[in-house]
Design a protein. Structure first.
Length: 495
């Protein structure tokens, strides 16, 4: 992975840029020393590090707009950053770009139970939203494993998922509106508290745009009443293939669990050693199935799922009998990523999505690739929607192991595309999957996506080096520009 060469002219103007930023964000909001900037040199994709040009930490929307306006007028690149938990290098700094940190935008602005929504700043953590409303019986449905740390602005940028997104949707299904600042400093609102916005679905376009189109400064999210009942089954199988087939059969029967997650033996052993919640250690695959709703419905569906699992040879089935026990079932799954860190000096967390019915085949192929590359792998994934998270184990201190881990990961993603899936489910493309985009998209597909970027960011200053393996100049693609939320189409007749 290589980032673009830094622009020498921008580097030469560094002192001038620092001075300008300190007139916009006064006090300690501009960090320019190497020690202070080291905190921002990487994100969750920790194999790569790069000090930014400078770090700017605005506190108001007006400051964000002023920073964006200055950078647009002076050709200075910007990398937006939330909590830095991105696992695809989405917040990786560039040497000639300002890292714009939104950590100070950390307030819940409004809770509106009548409209079942909350208005929050982008630096509010995912779990923080639920904490703000849970006393009144509500919660925010998307719940990535990093929910204690990841922020809602980053969730929107990556369209994050979580263990309960099978039934309740990804981030895109749980936000109603945003406030954003365009590269030229224009402040734009998309959507709001109402159910649907008029005109083009620019809100949908922004969700998952990975910081390439604008900087989000406010988000309106849906909040949901907690289900009357929620219970979970913990089902052990003698093979990952049997577990994968159980997933397909549950969905095939028309049952939509609140969450359905799967782990293989290495992940099970690591999670149990880490949190000690009673996971069986003599199985090859562990399936967690949560069912929620009215008690009578949940009891009935538990019986249906039990029948399906037993028909596929499940060797152990345990059903939660209390809220505490249900939370224990999930605690191991939520801790699976850090738990793997106890088994290996380093691990590489992948993210790809496949059709559910191909789970058994793909898991077998991943096992073959593990032997080919001589690297261990633990599989943890959102089984219900086919979103895989293989964790490739390696030692960065051993020459060549990082390269082998990356090649292994690339082959997993190629496999996902080969069986009819996609390169990512919720982690985004960033720099990790940037050079694999041609595996899934034709040149014209990629050019069309870049035309959208040019409409928002004609000077191509936002989040440089991400998503696109080759970035064309906007003039080569045909230029459009977003103004006040409208996209001009001069070739179409006006009425």
């Amino acid at each position: 992975m290589q980032m673009p060469e830094p622009d020498a002219q921008t580097l030469a103007r560094r002192d001038e840029i620092i001075a300008a930023m300190r007139t916009i964000v006064v006090g300690e909001g501009v960090i320019a020393d190497d020690t202070g900037m080291a905190v921002y040199e990487s994100d969750g994709l920790t194999a790569y590090r790069q000090l930014p040009l400078i770090v700017v930490l605005p506190e108001t929307v007006a400051q964000v707009a002023a920073v964006m306006r200055y950078c647009n007028e002076n050709a200075v690149k910007i990398v937006p950053r939330g909590a830095g938990t991105s696992l695809s290098g989405g917040a990786l700094p560039a040497a000639d770009a300002i890292t714009l940190g939104l950590g100070k935008f950390n307030r819940v602005l409004e809770i509106d139970y009548d409209n079942r929504c909350a208005v929050v700043q982008p630096g509010v953590t995912n779990l923080g939203i639920t904490h703000a409303v849970e006393a009144d019986g509500y919660y925010y449905a998307p719940d990535p494993s990093s929910q204690i740390a990841c922020t809602i602005g980053g969730n929107v940028a990556e369209n994050s998922g979580g263990v309960h997104c099978l039934k309740y949707g990804l981030t895109t299904n749980n936000i109603l509106g945003i406030e954003m600042v365009l590269p030229d400093g224009e402040i734009l609102r998309l959507g709001g508290k109402h159910m649907d916005a008029e005109g083009y679905d620019l809100l949908g376009l922004m969700t998952g745009s990975e910081g390439l189109l604008g900087v989000i400064t406010e988000v309106t999210v849906r909040i949901l009443p907690k289900p009357a009942t929620a219970r979970a089954l913990m089902i052990g199988f003698e093979s990952s293939e049997a577990g994968g087939q159980c997933v397909a059969d549950i969905i095939g029967e028309g049952i939509i669990p609140g969450g359905m997650e799967m782990m293989d033996r290495p992940a099970i052993k690591a999670a149990e050693a880490f949190v000690q919640v009673g996971y069986p250690l003599d199985v090859e695959a562990l399936l967690l199935v949560e069912l929620d709703g009215p008690p009578v419905e949940v009891d009935y569906l538990i019986g249906r799922v039990r029948e399906i699992a037993e028909g596929l040879g499940a060797v152990s089935i345990r059903v939660s009998e209390s809220e505490e026990e249900r939370n224990q079932f999930w605690a191991g799954r939520k801790a699976a990523f850090p738990a793997i860190g106890r088994l290996t000096p380093d691990y590489y967390c992948m993210d790809g999505t496949i059709p559910r019915h191909r789970l058994p085949d793909v898991l077998a192929r991943i096992g073959e690739l593990s032997e080919t590359y001589g690297l261990g792998v633990a599989n943890v994934f959102h089984a219900g929607d086919g979103n895989l998270h293989p964790l490739i184990m390696y030692d960065a201190n051993e020459p060549g192991e990082l390269d082998r881990a990356e090649q292994f990961g690339a082959d997993i993603l190629r496999l996902c595309v080969e069986v009819g899936g996609v390169l990512t489910g919720e982690h985004g493309v960033g720099v990790e999957k940037r050079d694999l985009m041609p595996e899934m998209f034709s040149e014209e597909d990629l050019n069309q996506q870049q035309r959208v970027k040019c409409a928002f960011d004609p000077n191509q200053l936002l989040n440089p080096g991400k998503v696109f393996p080759t970035l064309h100049r906007c003039a080569e693609l045909g230029r459009m520009h977003i103004h006040r939320g409208q996209m001009p189409f001069p070739d179409l007749p006006r009425f």
